[in-house]
Design a protein around this ligand. Structure first.
Ligand code: C5P
Length: 401
């Protein structure tokens, strides 16, 4: 990604994640992108103007009124001389002020005065992120064309777990690239269909068969494809993840519903089938809750095979996506099973991973894949599911030309 000669105005608002903005500056500077930093008053509690000045090699701005000094650049000029404004981290407070059009400090004044693309990287406590006020503010900003990266899910400084962590600096860098260089959106105009998560197959109205899939890898792939400009339809089984930004999500429970939603989403240029679809469902799910009768034998569950969504879409004739990618979760003989799956299911690539106990892959945040294509098997190093997703999205973009 080339950012040489580009100018980013980086607005840092006050949150514990502000320290990560230093790494972001380093990544931008490595790509010869000029950075001017603006700190809110609260941000100064977390990072110092001096360290930012050293890293950006530019004066750091903190106060509105020092800028109005005749001898210095005015705020209009400061906000317009950049190619993009990036707010990282963006607290709930600055997002609310942006949504409300409030300009009560230098950062928000610049954001109101600019006519350049704006990217926000939210970071806050999970309750604040999920609060109806923040949800409404994000919708307002999205409707105005403000781009968003993250937040990620995970453990937070406040000892809670959930969405709210600042996106990692490489992901913010990629989002800045996408904002500044249309060439960094190689999937613009393409439609991607992605399946994710487990399926739930009902036994009776309260019980179901399920598996341990979290949906993390599928959701990350949907987000990575969207970041490269694709229109993405994500057909997801029940997961506890937030919807990826900029993706149309179709929520389903069963394999049959997932297949119907996939068919309805066609045509697509690429299909990525990352869902852990249940192989079987209960042949006749009970309409009423099965009762436990003392002394009686437990109910016997007769199973029937589910449709194979990947194989069905790969055989969809004229509606078959040009590139069909399947997944193979195996516990042994990865390459052999993946190659066999490639042939049997009629897909173009298989992403194989080892889900043996102890690898921590199923339901975890990291993945170690073997990418199997007609050209052979390629082992990828262990990495976060987000990084694997970005790698796969780049490969998909290259394959679609
Ligand atoms: O046969 P197996 O379940 O190992 O194949 C895994 C691949 O097939 C994954 O890409 C999964 O999403 C897909 N699949 C499917 N429908 C099924 C079973 C698996 O789409 N019923």
């Amino acid at each position: 990604m080339s950012l040489a000669g580009k100018r980013v105005l980086l607005i840092i608002s006050g949150g514990i994640a502000a320290y990560k903005s230093l790494e972001l500056v380093r990544l931008l500077r490595q790509r010869s992108c000029a950075v001017t930093a603006v700190l809110t008053e609260a941000a100064e509690q977390f990072v110092t103007p001096l360290s930012l000045q050293a890293l950006t090699e530019n004066p750091v701005h903190t106060r509105l009124f020092s800028l109005t000094d005749e001898s210095r650049m005015g705020h209009i000029e400061l906000s317009r001389s950049a190619d993009a404004l990036v707010v990282a981290p963006a607290t709930a407070n600055i997002l609310a002020r942006m949504a409300g059009g409030i300009a009560d400090d230098l950062a928000t004044t610049l954001l109101l005065a600019t006519d350049k693309p704006v990217l926000v990287a939210p970071a806050m406590n999970v309750r604040m992120w999920l609060h109806a006020a923040t949800v409404a503010n994000m919708a307002t900003l999205a409707a105005r064309g403000v781009a968003v990266v993250g937040p990620d899910e995970g453990a937070m400084a406040c000892n809670e777990v959930g969405p709210g962590r600042l996106a990692e600096p490489p992901a913010i860098l990629q989002a800045i690239g996408a904002l500044l260089a249309p060439a960094a959106r190689p999937l613009e105009g393409r439609h991607a269909l992605v399946t994710s998560g487990p399926t739930h197959e009902p036994i009776d109205p309260v019980r179901y068969l399920a598996n341990r899939a979290s949906g993390r890898q599928g959701h990350a792939i949907a987000a990575a494809l969207a970041a490269l400009g694709a229109r993405v339809t994500l057909v997801s089984g029940p997961v506890s993840l937030p919807d990826p930004t900029g993706v149309a999500v179709r929520r389903v429970e069963t394999a049959e519903q997932m297949l119907a939603a996939c068919r309805a989403a066609l045509p697509a240029d690429v299909g990525v089938f990352a869902a852990a679809v249940a192989d079987w469902r209960v042949a006749r799910a009970a309409e009423r809750k099965l009762k436990k009768t003392p002394g009686a034998a437990p109910p016997e569950l007769a199973l029937t095979p589910n449709p194979d969504i990947l194989a069905t879409i790969a055989a969809a004739g004229p509606l078959r996506p040009r590139l069909v990618v399947g997944f193979a979760a195996e516990t042994h003989d990865l390459a052999r099973h993946a190659e066999e799956k490639l042939r049997r299911k009629g897909c173009d690539w298989v992403v194989a991973n080892d889900v043996s106990e102890g690898t921590g892959i199923m339901g975890g945040t990291e993945n170690e894949i073997l990418l199997v294509t007609a050209a052979g098997a390629e082992p990828w190093p262990r990495a976060s599911k987000d990084e694997v997703a970005r790698g796969l999205a780049a490969r998909i973009a290259a394959a679609l030309g």
